[in-house]
Ligand binder design. Structure first.
Ligand code: FES
Length: 575
């Protein structure tokens, strides 16, 4: 029998007092029609909501929150929904990634400063997931993430089109003259036709899968479509469960262990997940105090890709759910020694207990591990004199023949120059060249933009060529594909060797050897470095704070002063 007295609820530091402070905290809350006994020591659950009509992927979250609330009440808790900064990938400029860390600060301080015992994180569009996990991790209360779910499959003139991936494909078709402008416009409403986030295995679906693989979400969090009633059931069950997590004091650090991150890395390979997960998981691990480096991503490099989903494959998230969803993938990893089976999850069970009987209903969508969709699908970490602190490539999304390549660099100093010159007939470029883009990294853009999958030159496209080696210090949308080397560290704006590359230099990419080499002598590079000048800092505001403090990609691109945690101790009162 456990004689340990239950830990006092932190919300009682607000609501449990008989003095004027208690009056103030309770009385103002009562203007929402809340009875007095709501403050009698029941777990208070925050519902951290990234709802916004400017974040279309999360626009249904007010309704989803109502299901969470039902569950919280059923379990004897009291729910309070609160807004935090929402990050919509399709609208927010210059890039939603610039604000991931800002949103995480909003989340952290909103949780810590309020009478909250446990928190549900409502996440969906790409950056909302890492932002909320990171902010909550720095408080380390019991937390459970609920993803909003993917959209239904896109359908256009009899063919399936995936959000993001279809845009890249069709825009190249328009440029190549094989699709009309009218068809392109018609496809807009055919692609994104229901609520939910991108339904390819892009960053949103990848991060929803990471939530599940890390143990931070309930089984099937990743794939239930947003419009499927089972998504609402999952939200309600999450509401019930978080109340018990508070009673059990099941804090985030008990779930986010080194084993959980290793499970997530291997899962990312098995689902053909986004390269963006690399940056987000490293940043999250550093918040919760788990050592995780870029090189740890090699843990997934021998793991085959089991899931045949766009952008690496053919199908979409709706198909993935009907096939069995992430539990069917995790089960296979567990059966082949690729999963730490004892890792704890939010429902109080180990990850293995959650998935050991998971069925696979469609072996074309979720392939067997001994006959995988793609062998060795993980993210490869490259190093060399062009990327001393590392760079990444997703080999499964690249043309195999380009994974070992030597070519002449064609350099674009920034994304504006790329757009200005790429279709210029006089540009001296062919499919054997290596496209190099600078100024897309955390400091350089600023904000670490998703521009690494550069459009190919029109004259190359017109030959029927669809892939070239591209290298940048930027990121790539999880829905994109190609022989694209990303996250080159240090970035050009931080004075990394990428800044010194000139058109005409020879570059060698050898993914099997994990090598990225600029074939220029050290003496010549030193001469170029002496002439290099750092770009000016932004004048003011968050941009200034960000550029002064952002860490490089290999360290998760967090702000240096946000690494780590401050816990959930109750701040002093000002009344
Ligand atoms: Fe929101 Fe893709 S734009 S998930």
């Amino acid at each position: 029998m456990n004689d340990t007295p239950p830990k006092p609820l932190r919300s009682q530091a607000w609501f449990g007092k008989a003095d004027k402070d208690g009056f103030i905290h309770r009385s103002w809350m009562k203007n929402q029609g809340i009875p007095h006994d709501a403050f009698d020591g029941r777990p208070v659950i925050g519902i951290c909501n990234t709802w916004s009509e400017l974040t279309p992927c999360n626009a249904h979250f007010r309704e989803l929150a109502e299901y969470v609330k039902k569950g919280v009440y059923e379990a004897g808790g009291v729910p309070f929904e609160f807004p935090v900064m929402s990050l919509g990938e399709s609208n927010l400029r210059p890039t939603a990634m610039l604000f991931r860390n800002l949103a995480s600060m909003d989340v952290e301080e909103s949780i810590r400063g309020n009478p909250i015992d446990g928190v549900i994180l409502l996440v969906g569009c790409d950056k909302t997931t890492p932002a909320l996990l990171m902010g909550a991790a720095s408080c380390n209360l019991p937390a459970l993430a609920v993803s909003g779910g993917p959209m239904l499959n896109g359908r256009f003139r009899g063919r399936e089109i995936g959000s993001g991936t279809g845009v890249w494909q069709m825009s190249e078709e328009v440029r190549a003259g094989t699709m009309t402008q009218a068809e392109f416009i018609e496809a807009e409403s055919c692609m994104n036709r229901s609520r939910g986030h991108c339904m390819t295995m892009g960053t949103a679906s990848t991060m929803a899968s990471m939530v599940e693989a890390l143990g931070m979400g309930l089984p099937h969090n990743a794939a239930i479509p947003a419009v499927d009633a089972r998504r609402q059931v999952l939200a309600q069950l999450a509401g019930r469960r978080i109340v018990d997590m508070v009673r059990e004091d099941l804090t985030m650090s008990k779930i986010l262990t080194r084993e959980a991150f290793e499970n997530a890395i291997r899962t990312n390979a098995a689902i053909g997940g986004s390269t963006n997960a690399v940056v987000h998981l490293i940043a999250l691990a550093r918040r919760i105090g788990v050592p995780l480096s870029l090189d740890d991503w090699e843990l997934g490099s021998d793991v085959p890709c089991l899931v045949n989903l766009q952008p690496s494959g053919q199908h979409l998230m709706e198909d993935f759910y009907y096939a069995g969803g992430l539990p069917a993938v995790l089960r296979q990893l567990g059966e082949h020694g690729l999963l730490h089976r004892q890792a704890l999850t939010v429902n109080g069970k180990t990850i293995w207990q959650n998935v050991e009987d998971a069925p696979n209903y469609n072996h074309e969508v979720i392939t067997p591990l001994d006959q995988p969709f793609k062998p060795k699908a993980g993210i490869a970490v490259l190093r060399g004199n062009l990327a001393p602190d590392g760079a990444v490539i997703k080999p499964s999304a690249a043309t195999p023949g380009l994974l070992s390549h030597r070519g002449r660099a064609v350099v674009f100093e920034n994304v504006e120059e790329l757009h200005e010159k790429i279709d210029d007939e006089s540009l001296d470029i062919d499919e054997y060249c290596v496209m190099v883009l600078k100024g897309a990294g955390p400091k350089g853009y600023p904000g670490f933009a998703e521009v690494g999958n550069m459009p190919l030159p029109k004259k190359v496209l017109q030959k029927g060529i669809t892939d070239m080696v591209r290298i940048s210090d930027g990121r790539m949308s999880g829905t994109a594909y190609g022989a694209v080397v990303l996250h080159v560290s240090p970035e050009a704006a931080a004075g990394g060797p990428l800044a010194l590359v000139q058109t005409g230099d020879m570059i060698e990419l050898d993914v099997a050897a994990r090598r990225l080499h600029l074939d220029v002598s050290d003496e010549e590079l030193a001469r170029r470095k002496a002439e290099w000048k750092a770009p000016p800092l932004p004048e003011r505001g968050y941009y200034r704070l960000y550029v002064e403090h952002v860490l490089q990609a290999d360290q998760g691109a967090d702000l240096d002063f946000l690494v780590g945690a401050s816990g959930a101790a109750v701040p002093r009162d000002s009344h």
